[in-house]
Design a protein around this ligand. Structure first.
Ligand SMILES: CC(=O)N[C@H]1[C@@H](OP(=O)(O)OP(=O)(O)OC[C@H]2O[C@@H](n3ccc(=O)[nH]c3=O)[C@H](O)[C@@H]2O)O[C@H](CO)[C@@H](O)[C@@H]1O[C@H](C)C(=O)N[C@@H](C)C(=O)N[C@H](CCC(=O)O)C(=O)O
Ligand SMILES: Nc1ncnc2c1ncn2[C@@H]1O[C@H](COP(=O)(O)OP(=O)(O)OP(=O)(O)O)[C@@H](O)[C@H]1O
Ligand SMILES: N[C@H](CCC[C@H](N)C(=O)O)C(=O)O
Ligand SMILES: [Mg+2]
Length: 490
């Protein structure tokens, strides 16, 4: 593609050097990945400044550079005010506006995004479609799996992925949209057909100034949901009527609002909910009639996740019967309320709860079925929201018989400093202990287990690593738990 065609979308740029006849083979923002013929875009990051890598990019074959200031490199430099804002325009144009050829579903909210994307994958596949899924655990294009660095990739990676999905003839792409992504403009240029909101509770206050700022970021998905009416596919905002953010989000979109919930009035509602240790049953009320849902997903929070997915699928035009069948066949999601024990007299569950709200939900769910004691092994991530640490510890001691506080990706922080933040509000009246070594904490919890007890190992779910400093070390809660279960014997 000619660089000049790419630049046609960019207002008031200046160029140093002649860009008229430059042919671009690809776009790159990371000098380490540059190939001959690429256009290199310098992004000032949180850690380093991409401008400092322009020379390296040119050495590797970049034929032009987009920057925010003049640079002494041997290829033309196009100067724009804000390279991060220009990046999505260039990526969308270079990859030929790939989301126009896809049905695109975005899921945002504090908890439940990953779960809903996998429930939707199941339903859309049952409807006969080829799907793509982008999120925390991995990226999936049909049956092909790719690793994920972020829950929502940056604009360039994202458009590249959608382009790949176009080539693979994917019908519907289902993606998690994190608040970071919305705030940083990673999803500018994505033409969403359906936007889903799960819920809002505290997380990421290391990044967002306060809860209002966090919600404002989340609301961008709904204001981005197209402004034109009528042509082709309908556009829908699927909102949780029971969540306190409902009214603000409703005002954020010009599109049709579809509601779901269990308490307040909603178009997709769950009645007669029966929660058991084996799954969930409820009557799904919809504007098209009602049906009985049976699912292996456990806990009331998963009723919300299924309602959100069902509301999206039915609004899209998928028959209720297909939704019902897919929900019945859906197994759990990797690392979400995943039962590790087989026929032991006690139960060990690995779950990804890493926010106060999700931890409370998971412990309350366990307590509903526990005939014995409930133990929780939990930590808080380093270099992340510090204010959630005492809240999570307090929830742990309130809802579990005994808590074992441990490490969860300490990153560049001292594990003991994180643990001290967690337990600062607790005293001897609370039943807890601090064991910084996660393996030791899991082993100890399993050693405690008596028949009918439940052990929740929270925070890491599908993760197969422990991040210490900047390094990832192999660590899998399920592996460690299985070994401890085996060592304990029957
Ligand atoms: C705070 C944040 O969002 N950081 C993201 C950001 O990294 P950064 O700003 O530090 O980048 P940087 O290292 O300073 O690099 C700046 C530029 O220089 C370039 N560079 C750098 C080095 C080099 O040798 N050559 C080079 O060209 C880089 O490619 C980049 O273009 O850009 C990177 C590339 O897109 C992201 O991977 C990275 O996410 C990091 C890993 C991260 O931890 N992000 C978290 C906070 C996050 O985004 N989380 C959300 C939500 C998770 C949830 O659901 O709970 C998510 O969507 O994942
Ligand atoms: N609807 C929900 N409401 C509250 N908690 C939930 C809900 N769904 C799942 N959870 C809890 O939150 C944890 C994370 O769920 P999930 O991975 O689906 O959320 P997520 O929004 O993708 O999280 P992340 O922000 O890390 O990407 C689960 O392991 C469970 O404990
Ligand atoms: N995407 C989230 C996941 C947190 C998972 C937990 N294990 C942690 O490291 O805090 C984050 O990076 O904040
Ligand atoms: Mg997720």
């Amino acid at each position: 593609m000619k660089l000049r065609e790419l630049l046609a979308n960019i207002p008031f740029y200046k160029s140093e050097g002649n860009v008229e006849h430059i042919e671009i083979n690809g776009i790159e923002t990371d000098s380490r990945k540059v190939r001959s013929g690429d256009l290199f875009i310098c992004i000032p990051g949180f850690t380093v400044d991409g401008h400092d890598f322009a020379q390296e990019a040119v050495r590797k074959g970049a034929v032009a550079v987009i920057a925010e200031k003049p640079l002494s490199v041997e290829v033309p430099v196009v100067i724009v005010e804000d390279t991060s804002r220009v990046l999505p325009f260039l990526a969308v144009q270079f990859f030929q506006n790939p989301t126009k050829n896809l049905s695109l579903i975005g899921v945002t909210g504090t908890n439940g995004k990953t779960t809903i994307t996998y429930v939707l994958e199941k339903i859309f596949r049952a409807y006969g479609q080829k799907t793509g899924v982008i999120g925390t655990i991995q990226v999936k294009v049909g049956e092909d799996i790719y690793p994920a660095v972020n829950t929502t990739p940056d604009a360039l990676e994202l458009q590249r992925l959608f382009h790949h999905m176009n080539r693979e003839q994917v019908d519907t792409a289902i993606m998690e949209v994190s608040s970071h992504a919305l705030d940083l403009g990673r999803v500018y240029g994505c033409d969403y057909d359906i936007a889903i909101f799960t819920n809002l509770s505290q997380d990421h206050l290391d990044y967002h100034k306060d809860m209002e700022d966090y919600l404002r970021a989340k609301s961008l998905l709904f204001s981005q949901l197209g402004n034109s009416y009528g042509e082709g596919k309908g556009k829908f905002a699927i909102l949780n009527a029971d969540d306190s953010s409902f009214l603000l989000l409703k005002k954020s979109t010009a599109q049709k609002v579809i509601t779901y919930g269990c308490e307040k009035e909603a178009q997709f509602k769950a009645d007669d909910i029966v929660l058991t240790a084996a799954g969930t049953e409820f009557t799904l009320q919809t504007p098209l009639g009602s049906t009985k849902i049976k699912s292996k997903l456990i806990g009331k929070f998963n009723v919300y996740n299924m309602l959100a997915a069902a509301a999206a699928a039915v609004s899209y035009g998928i028959p209720l019967d297909t939704v019902k069948k897919a929900l019945a066949e859906m197994n759990g999601v990797n690392g979400r309320f995943e039962v590790v024990t087989t026929d032991e007299p006690y139960t060990v569950i690995v779950d990804y709860a890493h926010t106060p709200d999700s931890l409370e939900n998971v412990l309350k769910t366990a307590n509903e079925f526990a005939k014995g004691k409930t133990y929780v092994v939990v930590g808080c991530g380093g270099d992340r929201d510090r204010s959630k640490r005492p809240l999570m510890a307090n929830i742990a001691v309130t809802h579990a018989s005994h808590a074992l506080f441990t490490s969860d990706n300490p990153r560049t922080e001292d594990p003991m400093a994180i643990l001290n933040d967690m337990v600062e509000g607790l005293d001897a009246s609370h039943s807890f202990e601090v064991i910084a070594d996660r393996k030791e904490a899991i082993e100890k919890a399993i050693a405690y287990a008596k028949p009918d007890d439940i052990i929740i190992i929270a925070g890491k779910g599908h993760e197969t690593y422990q991040i210490i400093g900047h390094k990832k070390h192999h660590f899998d809660d399920r592996e460690v738990a299985r070994q401890a279960i085996q060592a304990k014997g029957k």
